[in-house]
Design a protein around this ligand. Structure first.
Ligand SMILES: [Zn+2]
Length: 445
């Protein structure tokens, strides 16, 4: 039933004891070895010995991306460099990149967390998996590689891109699983249709997607077009990359690998823990890592805890699927909206393809949102009257659900850029800052 029943289904009390032991160890570890952490602890007047219960975690200082940038590249390293097995980094589109480092033990833990992730939608030891995430400093490709190796799979490391070849290899090698970003999965599906390949007739049975937010509608589209079960991973470069959490077969929220990560949800303004079930910012502490552990890392991801045990039998806490990073939130005429909400609403309309761009501009003092999307291939040919009807329907559906009046543009077929990794969904023309949603999102796995 599970890849690692002992930890995935550990009784709550036992899990809490384990987490407390790890939390004590990791706080002592960083306090002794990382001057930047020691300074932050001292400033808050807290020492590792103050951690006597899990609740005491709130006494510890938060860590934010700026801390990592200020101490770039290796100020947060807690071991000598000759004990570092691997370094990864975020792309740094919006400034200095943030780095993360692994000891050999850290690598094993990473492999374990990702193995649980890919087991969940049905990948098993002995399966052949195609890894179509980017390789390199980005954690996607190599993270899924170590997870697949840990599980005992045969790895086909295609990396992202060369979409025709991806499909040819899937077919020729008879792969069982494919891992990539959700937008790239759809690019593959579209190309396969062009090539006359019905993915549903191939042996591939499961995928795991991640590294960009994706909606339930998008997941169902992938499952339908590939004829597979689609899992999901959650993670950030700073916290190792993929594998901090994963969707189980029940597909209700994201199980956090709690023996590796302590998760909190805090109010974005007060930074106090939110009331049960309320939304807030996800804060993660890496419990077992040694090279560059993160203490109370503010992810900027907005989510909430799920109540109760999951039907799958795993005991780990679940958070709601992360639909957006607080940095990604658009404020249009005073209304807060996540790009993924717009995606979800667009995909409620049957004729619309999951290919869209959101354009934000300023008209006078007002922010204006325009949505440009493609239709499913056979729809565009139905003529201008039909197109106008679809556009009106989309506009009114978005308005009635968000209160925002958006401009609508139906793009000609094949004019919106196809993604080979992280899709560019937002064009923010309001000011020249580079840190619009998608560029900042690069730090997610
Ligand atoms: Zn579950």
């Amino acid at each position: 039933m599970y890849w690692n029943e002992k930890f995935e289904c550990m009784p709550e009390e036992k899990l809490k004891q384990l987490q407390l032991r790890y939390l004590k160890e990791v706080t002592a570890w960083v306090y002794e070895r990382v001057p930047a952490y020691r300074a932050k602890f001292d400033e808050k007047g807290v020492v590792p010995a103050d951690i006597r219960s899990l609740g005491d975690v709130v006494k510890l200082p938060f860590t934010i991306k700026t801390d990592l940038r200020d101490n770039y590249p290796f100020g947060f390293l807690a071991v000598p460099m000759n004990e570092v097995f691997r370094i990864h980094a975020s792309s740094g589109t919006t400034g200095k990149s943030t780095t993360t480092a692994f000891t050999t033990d850290d690598m094993q833990q990473w492999g374990e967390c990702v193995a649980r992730t890919i087991w969940a939608p049905g990948i098993r030891p002995g399966d052949m998996v195609q890894i179509a995430f980017g390789y390199g400093l980005f954690t996607g490709g190599l993270g899924f590689t170590i997870g697949s190796e840990t599980l005992g799979c045969t790895v086909v490391p295609t990396g992202a891109g060369m979409t025709e070849r991806q499909i040819t290899l899937m077919k020729d090698f008879e792969v069982d699983g494919i891992f990539c970003t959700p937008s790239y999965a759809l690019t593959i599906a579209e190309k396969a249709e062009d090539m006359g390949v019905d993915l549903r007739n191939l042996p591939v049975k499961a995928s795991v997607c991640g590294a960009e937010p994706f909606t339930v509608a998008m997941r169902k589209e992938i499952e339908d077009r590939f004829g597979i079960k689609c899992g999901e991973t959650y993670g950030l470069t700073e916290l190792s990359g993929p594998g901090a959490g994963y969707a189980c077969e029940a597909q209700e929220g994201i199980h956090i690998n709690e023996d590796h990560y302590l998760v909190e949800i805090v109010d974005t303004e007060t930074l106090e823990p939110v009331a049960e079930g309320d939304k807030g910012e996800v804060v993660l502490t890496s419990l077992q890592r040694r090279a560059m552990p993160m203490i109370r890392y503010r992810t900027r991801d907005i989510s909430r805890f799920y109540k109760g045990r999951c039907t799958c039998g795993r005991t780990s806490v679940r958070i709601e699927k992360v639909y957006g990073r607080s940095d990604d939130m658009l404020i249009i005429s005073g209304v807060n909206v996540f790009p993924s909400q717009i995606e979800s609403l667009l995909l409620d309309i049957n004729e619309i393809a999951p290919l869209y761009v959101l354009m934000v501009s300023k008209k006078g003092h007002l922010d204006k949102l325009s949505v440009k999307f493609e239709l499913k291939p056979e729809m565009y040919a139905l003529g201008s009257e039909k197109l106008k009807e679809i556009a009106d329907r989309a506009k009114s559906h978005i308005h009635s659900n968000t209160g925002i009046n958006v401009g609508i543009e139906i793009a000609e077929p094949m004019t919106i850029a196809r993604s080979e990794g992280k899709a560019v969904r937002i064009i923010d023309q309001r000011c020249k800052r580079l840190d619009s949603a998608n560029s900042e999102g690069h730090s997610s796995i």
